[in-house]
Design a protein around this ligand. Structure first.
Ligand code: GLN
Length: 537
């Protein structure tokens, strides 16, 4: 049986519970303790797959095809181990399961209630990953902020688990904010006191308080927080603002968060975490030899969380190449044939982002054309790949109305078509082509050079595909389909050989990029952009 750590949040959202959870997990993992992280989200959506990115940022897809919260991306990037459907649970999924059981008569005529039926289902799922001996520690991040009506059943379940399991098997880490009032030149602990009190009123007692702060916490403040919040003085942890999220594990190590956990759990571990690879990455990240500019063409660019995994992949690939990647956000809606030269001038590479629906589509096509004609390194992901196919269809094959049936169901040349298995689907949630699929790569292509392999596996999230009725026409016109799904023949990668770097992929390589294993496509794209920058210089 594993040990369980629950991470709750107080005072405000967006304090970075996911990063704190991932950092603690990293430290434990680096001491030889096998650790996983899961997230419990209080909203009623069964999963975030149906949420607009403006609501909740990127939808992160796991190997097994679960559409999950973007924090799972952080967990994977930090730990370099895959998560799964079981690592992300929402209130909607809990209720759906309980209601289905009720309809099946499983409660034998009993009144079905929040306590115990909903909390039993939550508990079952909170403890699940710790049951098969795979993990020594399971960290559960509770979404939302303590005091929200919605997260009450989760917090109540934590109370029950704290009450049921031996004391040395459960810990609660409460993340809070210590605001600094400039006028008074003072750090304020009152909001933290209130949030801990609120947590205590529900019967949950925190073992550790992690304090987000812009100013260092002195011993007096730490003692005050410890006293008012009823935790050991050593268990008040400072979480100062960091220049990069990847530094947070080191900050937490300095504050001895991992030692506190190991002591409470009475766990045998390596005397110090082995962070050799992590530190090597950080050193490179912090000492770039030059800066390159990459244009990110998307329609959600006001909201950086919408492209979280792509932005993190740039960071990983930048460090590998010892360059700082400056991402220039370009709104596809504002991009036209008339202003494209002006808007994309000075960039060393273009990434056309994934997306759905019509908005900003023509701008993306204009951007692809610019990259193709000006021999600018180009990287299209999912919708970005589809736009590269449409652009080539229109401007090289001369199919002026070539389109995706997603945007133009009546296009005479639907070069991007709906996948056969998608045509019968009417429900929205969890019904796209999701998760990991194999891809066979043709030897001698750019894709082959990038991956150094002929068989790869990448994650997907889409309904539309390259229309194979056009494949010969595209081949004859010079576009290479260098990766296909071996079972279905679905085109996964397109590229142009007469271009320094032009590649589009139907899948999402950004979902598998981690600190210790950056995605090869990003690494090579950044290398190509670096080369472009040196040519320009
Ligand atoms: N909208 C496109 C599709 O469903 C692309 C999806 C994506 O970019 N993730 O096929």
């Amino acid at each position: 049986m594993a040990k369980y750590i629950f991470v709750t949040g107080g005072v405000t959202s967006s304090l970075g519970k996911g990063i704190i959870a991932a950092s603690l997990a990293k430290l434990l993992q680096a001491r030889g303790i096998s650790t996983t992280i899961q997230k419990f989200d209080p909203y009623i959506n069964v999963d975030p797959g149906t949420l607009n990115p403006y609501e909740h940022g990127e939808c992160y897809v796991t190997e097994d095809g679960a559409e999950t919260d973007l924090d799972l991306g952080h967990y994977e990037r930090f730990l370099n181990t895959p998560t799964s459907q079981a690592n992300n649970v929402t209130t909607g999924r809990i209720y759906q399961t309980v209601i289905n059981k009720e309809r099946a008569g499983e409660f034998l005529g009993k009144t079905v209630q929040v306590v115990p039926h909903i909390t039993d289902e939550i508990k079952h799922r909170m403890l699940l990953l710790g049951k098969d001996g795979k993990y020594d520690v399971v960290i559960t991040e509770i979404g939302g902020t303590v005091g929200d009506i919605e997260s009450l059943p989760f917090v109540e379940t934590v109370r029950q688990i704290q009450w049921e399991l031996p004391e040395e098997d459960v810990m609660v880490v409460h993340l809070t904010l210590i605001p600094y009032l400039k006028a008074a030149k003072e750090l304020k602990t009152k909001p933290t006191q209130h949030s801990v009190r609120m947590l205590s009123e529900t019967g949950v007692h925190p073992d550790v308080i992690v304090c987000r702060t812009e100013e260092p916490l002195n011993d007096d403040i730490k003692r005050k927080i410890a006293l008012f919040c009823n935790v050991k003085p050593g268990n008040v942890i400072e979480a100062a603002d960091a220049s990069t999220i990847y530094e947070v594990p080191l900050l937490m190590q300095k504050e001895k968060l991992d030692e506190i956990v190991l002591k409470k759990f009475n766990l045998q571990a390596s005397p110090a975490p082995d962070l050799t690879k992590w530190n090597a990455f950080l050193t490179k990240l912090k000492n770039p030899k030059s800066t390159i500019q990459i244009g990110l063409i998307g329609k959600y660019i006001e909201l950086q969380d919408a492209y979280k995994s792509i932005l993190e992949s740039f960071i990983h690939a930048g460090a590998m190449n010892e360059v700082k990647v400056k991402v220039v956000n370009i709104h596809s809606e504002n991009l036209t044939k008339e202003n494209v030269n002006e808007q994309l001038k000075g960039l060393h590479g273009l990434l056309v982002a994934p997306g759905f629906g019509n908005r900003g589509i023509e701008g993306k096509i204009v951007a692809v054309q610019y990259a193709r004609e000006n021999k600018l390194p180009f990287f299209g992901i999912c919708l970005g790949m589809q736009m590269a196919v449409i652009e080539y269809g229109r401007n090289v094959l001369g199919l002026q109305k070539a389109h995706s049936v997603e945007m133009d169901p009546n296009s005479p040349d639907p070069v991007i078509n709906m996948m056969e298995e998608q045509k019968r689907i009417t429900m929205m949630g969890g019904t796209m082509r999701l998760g990991a699929y194999p891809c066979k790569i043709t030897e001698g292509t750019l894709a082959h050079r990038i991956y150094g392999a002929t068989e790869i596996s990448e994650r997907h999230r889409h309904r539309y595909e390259f229309n194979n009725a056009y494949i010969t026409a595209f081949h004859n016109a010079g576009m290479v389909t260098s990766g296909v799904n071996p079972a279905t023949g679905l085109v996964e990668i397109v590229e142009l050989p007469n271009h320094p770097f032009f590649i589009g992929v139907q899948y999402h390589p950004e979902l598998k990029s981690t600190v210790e294993a950056p995605a090869p496509l990003f690494v090579h794209f950044i290398a190509a952009a670096k080369l472009q920058a040196s040519v320009n210089a």
